[in-house]
Design a protein around this ligand. Structure first.
Ligand SMILES: C[S@@+](CC[C@H](N)C(=O)[O-])C[C@H]1O[C@@H](n2cnc3c(N)ncnc32)[C@H](O)[C@@H]1O
Length: 242
């Protein structure tokens, strides 16, 4: 994909267009799977009551219920997104939930979160819109904010390895999801772009090496025959001055 498609302003505006309906379309078009995959993404981590958890590229807060259920009232959730519409929706959601949540309207690649202050980092379905350099910056930012011993879980829709499944899945992503997008939003192009990002991203297997910092032990997990993949890692050393 062209570099301009990874420009933060372009991506932020794209999600501004999808923001009002993103969660509903995501749920309907994935037949509920997206919600299950968020649950799995969070379940990869031993999040305990009182934990400090950062939800990077949080959208309108789709992962919050899964995280808050584990941290309880004594935990603290830091929710990062740079899209205006998504942050507005987070603020609305925040006033209705009984959990300590701080919404940060920031770029996930360079947040104001203090170094080594977070127990767990979660990112669901945000990796695909990061270009190669941005993925490296994201790995460093996760390393910076995590406490030693802290863990992260990143999940993303992926291109399955099996040729038959690949064909059906890509048809679904490129044709069915944009149609659902048009029905709910009247904007087929925005949802078609998501398919293009997914194609370009490939899978977490492709980007695993980027997250293999000396401070991290990481492993790749595949879900539903590789239709989503996840990177789960632990920060084992203290310094992240890379
Ligand atoms: C596909 S949505 C995923 C939302 C949510 N995590 C979920 O589970 O559905 C991707 C979100 O990442 C945000 N995003 C993408 N790149 C970002 C960046 N560099 N910094 C902050 N937010 C970013 C977008 O604004 C969008 O809300």
């Amino acid at each position: 994909m062209e570099d301009r498609f990874y420009d933060p302003e372009y991506i932020s505006k794209l999600f501004d267009r999808m923001g009002p309906t993103y969660d509903v379309i995501n749920l309907v078009s994935s037949f509920g799977f997206s919600e299950f995959w968020r649950y799995q993404c969070v379940s990869h981590l031993p999040i305990h009551p009182g934990a400090v958890v950062c939800d990077m590229m949080a959208g309108s807060g789709e992962c919050w219920p899964h995280i808050a259920r584990r941290t309880g009232a004594s935990g603290h959730l830091l929710s990062v997104d740079f899209c205006n519409t998504m942050v507005e929706r987070q603020n609305k959601r925040n006033s209705k939930v009984d959990a300590k949540i701080t919404v940060l309207h920031q770029n996930a690649l360079c947040t104001s979160i203090p170094s080594e202050s977070v127990d767990f980092v979660v990112a669901a379905f945000g990796l695909k819109t990061l270009g190669t350099n941005d993925l490296s910056k994201f790995a460093v930012e996760i390393c910076r904010v995590l406490k030693p011993g802290g863990m992260f879980s990143l999940i993303e829709i992926s291109v399955p390895q099996s040729a038959m499944l690949n064909f059906a899945y890509m048809l679904y992503i490129r044709r069915v999801i944009p149609l659902v997008g048009r029905l709910f939003l009247g904007d087929i192009a925005a949802y078609r772009m998501l398919g293009d990002y997914t194609l370009s991203f490939g899978s977490c297997e492709r980007v695993k090496a980027t997250f293999e910092l000396p401070q991290f032990n990481i492993e790749l997990r595949r879900h539903f025959f590789g239709c989503t993949t996840a990177l789960v890692g632990k920060k084992t050393q203290e310094s992240c001055s890379i």
